[in-house]
Design a protein around this ligand. Structure first.
Ligand code: AMP
Length: 228
């Protein structure tokens, strides 16, 4: 494990919300606009599974079942990633924390460099819409740009708008059965974090049911205020 007290990370923003709320899409847009680092524990875990690390081997079946990977594994992965130099310019956490234990671990980690969360932004959505949102989504296998069968197709069919890649991928856990388990895990284990951050006066709420660009504008205003 690397030493994290070599740099401060500013700002630290959290996107909270159930699977399908648009955390990944919005985090990518904020990354581009503000030069922050999008840090998705889901992406880090998928990379660990793909490269067959010990953590990846332990996480694989849990992820396929739509359940939460153990706090120890996820916290260790996040801690290592936060220690990398690029994170000093500020991070948007996408999919972390997902439990109170993870939220407390993050507070402790940041306190080592005298830091705090700048904002935890809850993307508020209707559960019923999430299954449709998730089951239609796919990404460019080359650059990671997100698309959706109904809401966002590439301008030229079969070709990524961003990088012109032609290899598209759907996540193995984006099927109706696993989505139900993921939503359940969200309500049981992650939703309590809304209160956790409200008590720290760090919570911001955004209605995330509208068009992607409208939500991006609302988030942009929050991030601008937080990065001032
Ligand atoms: P995501 O890409 O954020 O939807 O995450 C995909 C899957 O990775 C989740 O369903 C969990 O199994 C696992 N995962 C991602 N982030 C976390 C986390 N912070 N804590 C526990 N499990 C996680």
């Amino acid at each position: 494990m690397r030493d994290t007290d070599t740099h401060t990370i500013a700002p630290v923003l959290i996107l909270l919300g159930p699977p399908g709320a648009g955390k990944g899409t919005q985090a990518r847009m904020l990354e581009e606009k503000f030069g922050l680092v999008q840090l998705s524990t889901g992406d880090l875990l998928r990379a660990a599974v793909a490269s067959g690390t010990e953590a990846g081997k332990q996480a694989k079946a849990v992820m396929e079942a739509g359940e939460l990977v153990s706090d120890d594994i996820v916290i260790a992965i996040l801690r290592d990633r936060l220690a990398e130099p690029d994170c000093a310019r500020g991070v948007i956490l996408d999919g972390f924390p997902r439990t109170t234990v993870q939220a407390q671990a993050l507070d402790t980690l940041l306190a080592e460099t005298g830091q705090k969360i700048d904002a935890a932004i809850s993307l508020d959505v209707d559960d019923a819409a999430m299954v449709t949102r998730i089951s239609g989504r796919y990404t460019c296998g080359t650059c990671g740009e997100g698309y959706h069968d109904t809401f966002k197709s590439p301008a030229i069919e079969g070709q990524c708008d961003k990088c012109k890649g032609t290899d598209f991928q759907r996540r193995a856990d984006d099927n109706a059965e696993t989505v139900a388990a993921r939503l359940e895990a969200y309500h049981a284990q992650t939703a309590p974090l809304i209160d956790f951050y409200a008590k720290q006066s760090a919570l911001m709420r955004v209605n995330a049911m509208g068009p992607i660009d409208d939500i991006a504008a609302k988030l942009g205003a929050i991030v601008k205020a937080a990065t001032r």
